[in-house]
Design a protein around this ligand. Structure first.
Ligand SMILES: [Zn+2]
Length: 453
C-alpha cells in the first residue's frame, strides 16, 4: 500500500501542540502536503484554514476516529533483549539471572535468526505506535569474534527487519572493546568487539545502506567498554553512549580516571556531548554532571520501564530538562514496549523520588516521545506540512481511555499501546487493529526457536 495522494480526516489530532477536531491531512510521497484543522488559526506555511474544507466532491478522505498523535520515537533499543521478557523474572529475577540469560541469547543468534527476531520485535513496535527505532547495536560478529563474510551482516539484518515492519531505523553501530575499564573482552563479548576503534570505525564507514528508512550513526557502549583515548580517535555526526546507569560504573570510573563518566566524555570533546549526542539512562549524576549535559544541549534518553526492571534507580529527568538537556525515551531491554507507559513514568517516578506531584505536563511528555531528531530524523514527529507522514491513532472509548477527555492527557495518562488502532509511517499503513494476532505468533516462533524446549 502506498501513501501517494491519500487523505485522512482525523476526528481528533495533536497538531501544533494542541488537540484539534476534524483535522484534514493530505499525504504525497510519504509526507504531509496539507494539514488543516477545522476552525483553527494555524498559520504554518500553507497549512492554515479557517474555512470549511474545499475538496472536489469525488475525493473523500478516509475518516480516522479516535485521537491521532505523531509517530513515536523509540530512542534506545536492543532488539534481542525482547527474547528475555517473562524469563528473567523467574526465581525473583536478580541482575545476574538477567545477565546470564542475555548472554545466552546473544550467543545463539546469527544473521538469519536475528532477522526473524528483530522483524517480529519491530512489528511489535509498529503496533505500539513507534515509527523510528534507535537500535543500539553491538552484536556484530561470529561467536569466536571472527567477522561474517559481510562484516555488517547483523546490521543489514536489522535494517531489513525495520523495512519489513515498515518503520525507520537509526542503526547506532556500537563500539565495545573492553569488558570493563581496559579488561579484555571475554566469552560472548568476543562477538561485540572489533578489536580496536579504527577497525570499528572502518566497518561502520563501510555500511552501504542508502535506504530512506535507514540512518547510520555511531555509539560507544560506555566509558567501561571504550577508553577516552579510543573515543578521541573518532568524531561522529551522531553518537549515543550509555552513561551512569548504575552507581558501580561511577565508582569504578572515579577510581580509574578520577572523573565521573560525564566529565570523561566532556574531556574527550569530539562533539561527544552536544546537540547531536545522546547519553542513555543518565541515572546517577552529580550536580556538575547535570550542568554539563544541560549546557552542551546533550540529549538524555530515559528508559524508565527497563530502569525499573533492572533496579537501576530514578534519574533526574526534570532537572536535566531545566538545565537544557532534551529528554528522549527508549524501551531499551523491551521488558515493556509501550512508550505511553514510558511517558507517564517520567512524571510518576519523579513523584516517588520527590514525594511531590506536578513535574511534567502531558504536553511536555508527548513532546519527549515524539522527538526523532536525536536519531537523525529531524523531519519526523509532528503532524505538519513537509514532515514525514506518521500518524498514530488511539481509541478514545476503550476500557482504559473512555471518559478521559480524548486529549493529550488521554494519550499520556490513560492509554497503553493496546489502544493503538492504526499506524502510518512515511505515509504507509504499517499496523491496523487485528494485526496483533499474527505479530504475537511471529514473536512466539522467533523467540521459541532461541530457547531449549
Ligand atoms: Zn542499553
Amino acid at each position: 500500500m502506498t501513501g501517494v495522494g491519500t487523505a485522512y480526516l482525523l476526528e481528533r489530532a495533536w497538531v501544533d501542540r494542541a488537540v484539534h477536531d476534524d483535522v484534514l491531512v493530505e499525504i504525497e510521497d510519504g509526507r504531509f502536503t496539507k494539514v488543516s484543522p477545522r476552525n483553527s488559526r494555524l498559520d504554518d506555511k500553507g497549512s492554515s484554514s479557517q474555512q470549511e474544507f474545499q475538496r472536489p466532491a469525488d475525493e473523500t478522505p478516509t475518516r480516522l476516529p479516535g485521537l491521532t498523535v505523531p509517530g513515536l520515537a523509540n530512542c534506545h533499543s536492543h532488539a534481542f533483549h525482547r527474547a528475555l521478557r517473562g524469563r528473567t523474572q523467574r526465581e525473583r529475577g536478580t541482575f545476574w539471572t538477567w545477565r546470564e540469560q542475555m548472554y545466552a541469547v546473544a550467543g545463539r543468534l546469527d544473521p538469519d535468526s536475528y532477522l526473524r527476531l528483530a522483524t517480529a520485535v519491530y512489528r511489535e513496535m509498529a503496533a505500539a505506535g513507534i515509527t523510528t527505532v534507535g537500535e543500539f547495536h553491538y552484536l556484530h560478529h561470529q561467536p569466536d569474534g571472527t567477522p561474517y563474510d559481510d562484516p555488517n551482516a547483523m546490521g543489514h539484518a536489522l535494517a531489513e527487519a525495520a523495512a519489513t515492519a515498515g518503520i525507520r531505523i537509526s542503526l547506532l553501530d556500537t563500539a565495545y572493546l573492553s569488558s570493563g575499564f581496559g579488561r579484555p573482552v571475554e566469552g560472548v563479548q568476543l562477538r561485540y568487539s572489533d578489536g580496536d576503534i579504527d577497525t570499528w570505525a572502518d566497518r561502520l564507514g563501510s555500511f552501504d545502506e542508502q535506504a530512506d528508512h535507514v540512518y547510520v550513526g555511531g555509539a560507544f557502549h560506555s566509558v567501561r567498554a571504550v577508553s577516552p583515548d579510543q573515543m578521541k580517535r573518532y568524531a561522529a555526526a551522531t553518537i549515543h553512549v550509555h552513561l551512569s546507569e548504575q552507581r558501580a560504573e561511577n565508582e569504578e570510573c572515579l577510581a580509574v580516571y578520577g572523573r565521573t563518566p560525564t566529565q570523561v566524555l566532556a574531556d574527550v570533546g569530539q562533539n561527544l556531548l552536544g546537540p547531536r549526542a545522546t547519553v542513555v539512562h543518565a541515572t546517577h549524576l552529580t550536580d556538575d554532571d547535570i550542568r554539563i549535559l544541560g549546557e552542551t544541549g546533550t540529549h538524555s534518553c530515559f528508559c524508565p520501564t527497563t530502569e525499573r526492571d533492572l533496579g537501576d534507580g530514578i534519574g533526574p529527568s526534570r532537572r536535566l530538562h531545566e538545565a537544557g538537556s532534551p529528554i528522549t525515551l527508549g524501551s531499551d531491554s523491551h521488558a515493556v514496549i509501550d512508550l505511553f507507559e514510558e511517558m507517564r513514568a517520567l512524571e510518576l517516578d519523579e513523584r516517588l523520588a520527590t514525594e511531590q506531584r506536578g513535574h511534567w505536563t502531558a504536553a511536555e511528555l508527548l513532546a519527549t516521545a515524539t522527538a526523532h531528531g536525536s536519531l537523525g530524523f529531524e523531519d519526523a514527529g509532528a503532524i505538519a506540512v513537509g514532515q514525514r507522514a506518521d500518524l498514530v491513532t488511539l481509541a478514545t472509548s476503550s476500557t482504559r481511555t473512555g471518559g478521559t477527555g480524548a486529549d493529550e492527557n488521554t494519550a499520556v495518562f490513560a492509554a497503553t499501546s493496546a489502544d493503538v488502532t492504526q499506524v502510518l509511517c512515511d505515509g504507509r499503513v504499517v499496523f491496523t487493529r487485528g494485526d496483533e494476532v499474527e505479530i504475537g505468533r511471529q514473536l512466539g516462533d522467533a523467540i521459541g526457536a532461541l530457547w531449549p524446549s
